[in-house]
Design a protein around this ligand. Structure first.
Ligand code: HEC
Ligand code: HEC
Ligand code: HEC
Ligand code: HEC
Length: 383
């Protein structure tokens, strides 16, 4: 197998080398000069979305109000979409109440000790088609609550609270209870919904002092810190080569075409413009365990995971529910049993998604319609 692959590669190299008479040693299919990144002393620092917006009005306009912009927000009457107008909902025998006091929101529910308490809602998480809430269980400790608000219109089945663990009753004290580590903001949510998150876990005190540069997914969450770029743009009048001052290369889609080679069964890049898109998007858009550290490549830092069936051990590929995904993300590598318990597949999980450069990244994410885990992976056994 490996030998066969090596032969194909050699054959490809041969074709390329002969097609490219001038520089045979360079393996390029379509050449476009990639300008060297000018060097400015010192590592780049974050400057903030507002600073970028001052020169890139159009991009800022496109980003403002996007899901990246709204990934995490302070809970205010403008940002909270759920109904907190003294609404009571049931989870098995438990009653949860959503209340509002002026501009402040709170949830009355059973805490980790099984006692009923009123927890202030501090932040919103996500925006559409569902929104979740971060509540403070003790000063500085944020947990994501497990009743989510379905933001779709009523006619589509939305405008209601729904529980993310509908299939079995999770009691206070259980690791999968909403007060447990799997739903702790620092541990399980922070690094994908904000920009430049540092978890800052202290082993001795067993506490996090998590910080982020921006609350949401700002420009530099994708482009990387921009101080060098701004410095270069401010000091030089001339038009600069592409990616001036950034460590990441993100060429536009028309410079990154994928196509099928005759006889091949997987699409390959037909243009050679280097891109860091996968390593930019994948840390947030894949199911993975964070190994820590500051490795430059995705695989240095993360261990990519696939969701596995409870009974068959098969991977779910597409269609795993948000809950399975986020719980499993949080527990990968640490709590095998809760991962197994949490894994469910949605109906239609058997259909692999079409392979485009972006859907490779997105295959591990929940399709928007599939909130309620109505079928387990077992029924998705056909492939
Ligand atoms: C002082 C003005 C200024 C600021 C501030 C600024 N930029 Fe730029 N940026 C420019 C100019 C000018 C260009 C070149 C425009 C062009 O080629 O069309 C550019 C180009 C870019 C490009 C395209 C690079 C490429 O590959 O061609 C990106 C991406 C970019 N900026 C992102 C950002 C981000 C993110 C921030 C905030 C960290 C930012 N810029 C802040 C002026 C600025
Ligand atoms: C810092 C983490 C992070 C990075 C990096 C990131 N995303 Fe996202 N992305 C998110 C989060 C979180 C959401 C959902 C936010 C919400 O629903 O409020 C999201 C949502 C999206 C959506 C759905 C938006 C919609 O309107 O439905 C798309 C598409 C997307 N991202 C594409 C990308 C691409 C492409 C890249 C890389 C160029 C990327 N993202 C990089 C965190 C990230
Ligand atoms: C590995 C990165 C990552 C982690 C960790 C993460 N999220 Fe997200 N989250 C995303 C991305 C990416 C999206 C957008 C997915 C899409 O639109 O398809 C998203 C979307 C959402 C949404 C909006 C619903 C939707 O379908 O767009 C909510 C609510 C949410 N996340 C809550 C949470 C909570 C609560 C946690 C912690 C328990 C968490 N997320 C942890 C990456 C992450
Ligand atoms: C979710 C990731 C993500 C976020 C957030 C993001 N960008 Fe980008 N940006 C990209 C990618 C990927 C490209 C290149 C591919 C493309 O053009 O779609 C790009 C391209 C650009 C370009 C070059 C456009 C061109 O015509 O070549 C500019 C300028 C830019 N972004 C500025 C910004 C600014 C300013 C913000 C914040 C307001 C921002 N970006 C937020 C991912 C992101």
């Amino acid at each position: 197998m490996r030998f066969g692959l090596a032969l194909i590669l050699l054959a490809v190299l041969g074709v390329v080398a002969s097609a490219c008479s001038k520089k045979a040693e360079e393996i390029v299919i379509e050449t476009e000069p990639v300008a060297p990144v000018p060097v400015v002393a010192g590592p780049a620092e974050y400057v903030g979305t507002e600073a970028c917006a001052s020169c890139h009005e159009a991009e800022h306009e496109g980003w403002a109000g996007s899901h990246h912009d709204l990934a995490m927000q302070k809970a205010t009457p403008e940002t909270v979409r759920g109904d907190f107008d003294d609404v009571t909902v049931k989870y098995y025998k438990e009653t949860t109440r959503f209340v509002r006091d002026g501009d402040a929101f709170a949830i009355e529910a059973l805490g980790a000790d099984g006692k009923r308490a009123r927890f202030p809602v501090i932040y919103t998480f996500g925006v559409d088609p569902m929104q979740q809430y971060l509540v403070e269980v003790e000063p500085g400790r944020l947990q994501s609550f497990l009743f989510a608000w379905d933001t779709r219109p009523k006619g589509e089945g939305g405008q209601r609270w729904f529980h993310l663990q509908p299939d079995e009753y999770i009691e206070p004290g259980d690791p999968l209870h909403w007060t447990g580590p799997s739903y702790n903001w620092n541990y399980a949510c922070a690094d994908c919904h904000s920009t430049a998150v540092k978890k800052n876990y202290n082993r001795a005190s067993k506490r996090y002092s998590t910080e982020y540069f921006e609350i949401n997914v700002g420009c530099e969450a994708c482009h990387g810190p921009g101080s060098r770029h701004v410095e270069l743009e401010e000091t030089k009048a001339k038009r600069r080569p592409s990616n001036t001052g950034f460590d990441r290369r993100l060429p536009p889609p028309e410079k990154r075409k994928w196509s099928f080679v005759e006889g091949g069964n997987i699409a390959v890049l037909a243009t050679s413009q280097p891109s860091d898109e996968t390593s930019t998007c994948a840390p947030c858009h894949s199911r993975r365990a964070d190994l820590g550290g500051k490795g430059p490549g995705y695989h240095d830092r993360y261990r990519l995971a696939v969701t596995r069936s409870t009974s068959t051990g098969r991977s779910c590929r597409a269609g795993c529910t948000r809950r399975a995904w986020s719980v499993a993300t949080a527990t990968t590598g640490t709590a095998g049993t809760s991962e197994r318990r949490a894994t469910r597949c949605a109906p239609g999980a058997t259909k692999p998604r079409p392979m485009t450069s972006r859907s490779i990244i997105f295959t591990t994410l929940a399709p928007k319609a599939a909130f309620a885990p109505t079928a387990t992976c077992r029924s998705a056994r056909t492939w």
